[in-house]
Design a protein around this ligand. Structure first.
Ligand code: AMP
Length: 422
């Protein structure tokens, strides 16, 4: 199967051939023809599946084939949860659209940077806008962004768009769009909020699932190309172990996940002190610093990017050979989001998780959740010595030491019962 056989015209097929795409990915095979036919699409596709091209290529084709009634009215709106993802998508528009005879104008509308340049860019109109909901809403309120002629709406990473803090802005923004439009919704996971949104938004959608046997909760599936490893190590030996792995593997660059902003700064600092070029990426950095860290990593000027989950969400890093879970993700779903940063579009990749005595139980939970049973490895010189802490009950207490709910109810009943006559 080729991109042309999906209905894409020569300029777009040529652009993807230039990028080295030999054949459409499964999500592209199903999504592109549906979007070209004007259908709504509901797609269970995470980053790494090729979903960006799956929606952009047919949108670019439609926009270039049928000129709008009024030139440069916004006809396609792509909403994403992060500035980084928006930037990547707008770069992809440039790459995919480079051979179109009638060049399309796309604009970015993202928060965290000054709104003025974005307003200026929108002044002459735009065919496509890639935006985060908050900034799109702000610009719409100020009449800098007019949404009344949007024909196609894309919600990318819809599960993230609906996270607290975004959901309200998204709802208000959707109210500004014309009722008749094409809707494309992409999400790696389908929690109830996404299902509700999909039910409200989509009209008889074409459903695209990357793998027919995706896990039941609608969670992203681990790409086959990823080798998963679990290494047992003491908590305070993780940075030296990371350094050892960097020495012994010929990884060009590595994305390391940590649990906190402080952890990201700390690990990056330690690596830099050891002569390994590393940068931290977390939500509390200025937008300039985030963009710089990410650009340095992309260009491989930085070998190790130490990131929190929020900052790394949706980032598309070409040919990333390895991901390291320095801290395990709190949520089991995030495990797949994280390891999905490597092994993208069929490239091989390795995902290494550091498992300490105190996180072993949590890692077993992650394994159970994803039907994994990874052998525990030990690296010479880094054999763990820590002991597992006492088992915790789900409420945070120590099993056997805390009264259960039933115990408390029994005690309360006993205390309120009339004294027994003896
Ligand atoms: P995405 O899932 O959209 O974030 O894309 C993941 C990566 O796969 C990006 O770096 C794309 O450039 C690349 N990609 C997308 N489609 C294809 C394809 N058909 N063949 C090879 N690589 C692709």
């Amino acid at each position: 199967m080729t991109f042309s056989s999906l209905g894409l015209r020569e300029p777009l097929a040529r652009a993807v051939a230039d990028l080295g795409y030999e054949a459409p990915t499964p999500v592209q095979r199903e999504t592109i023809p549906a979007v070209l036919r004007g259908r709504d699409v509901l797609s269970c596709a995470g980053t790494g599946s090729g979903k960006t091209a799956a929606f952009l290529l047919p949108i670019l084709q439609a926009l270039s084939a049928h000129p709008g009634r009024v030139p440069r009215q916004v006809r396609a709106l792509v909403l994403v949860p992060t500035r980084e993802l928006a930037t990547q998508i707008s770069e992809a528009i440039g790459r995919y659209g480079r051979y179109l005879t009638k060049p399309l104008k796309s604009c970015l509308a993202v928060g965290g940077v000054s709104a003025n340049p974005q307003m200026m860019a929108l002044r002459g109109g735009a065919d496509l806008v890639v935006a985060t909901p908050g900034r799109a809403l702000d610009l719409a309120k100020q009449n800098a962004l007019r949404l009344s002629s949007v024909e196609t709406l894309v919600l990318d990473e819809a599960d993230q768009l609906l996270s607290p803090g975004f959901a309200d802005e998204l709802t208000r923004l959707l109210a500004l769009l014309p009722a008749r439009r094409q809707n494309l919704l992409f999400s790696a996971t389908f929690p109830p909020a996404v299902r509700t949104l999909a039910a409200q938004l989509l009209h008889e959608p074409t459903r695209v699932r990357v793998e027919p046997s995706s896990p039941p909760a609608g969670e992203p599936k681990a790409p086959h190309a990823i080798e998963q490893r679990a290494i047992e190590v003491d908590t305070d030996k993780r940075t030296p172990l990371l350094r050892r792995l960097l020495e012994t593997h010929a990884w060009s660059h590595v994305l390391v996940f940590v649990a906190s902003r402080h952890g990201a700064d700390h690990v990056a600092l330690k690596l830099n002190r050891a002569g390994i070029v590393a940068a931290a990426l977390h939500g509390e950095l200025s937008q300039g610093a985030r963009t710089q860290a990410f650009a340095d990593f992309q260009a491989q000027r930085v070998k190790v990017l130490v990131a929190t989950d929020v900052a790394a969400r949706g980032l598309d890093i070409a040919q990333l050979p390895a991901v390291v879970n320095y801290d395990l993700p709190r949520s089991t779903v995030d495990y797949l989001h994280r390891i999905g940063r490597t092994g993208r579009a069929g490239q091989p990749g390795v995902a290494v998780s550091f498992v300490t005595a105190s996180t072993e139980a949590h890692f077993r939970l992650i394994e159970r959740r994803h039907h994994l049973a990874l052998p525990r490895e030990r690296i010479a010189g880094f054999e763990p010595t820590e002991l597992a802490p006492p088992a915790l009950d789900p409420h945070g207490g120590i099993k056997g030491k805390r009264k259960s709910k039933k115990d408390k109810l029994r005690e309360a009943a006993a205390a309120s019962a009339p004294p027994r006559k003896s």
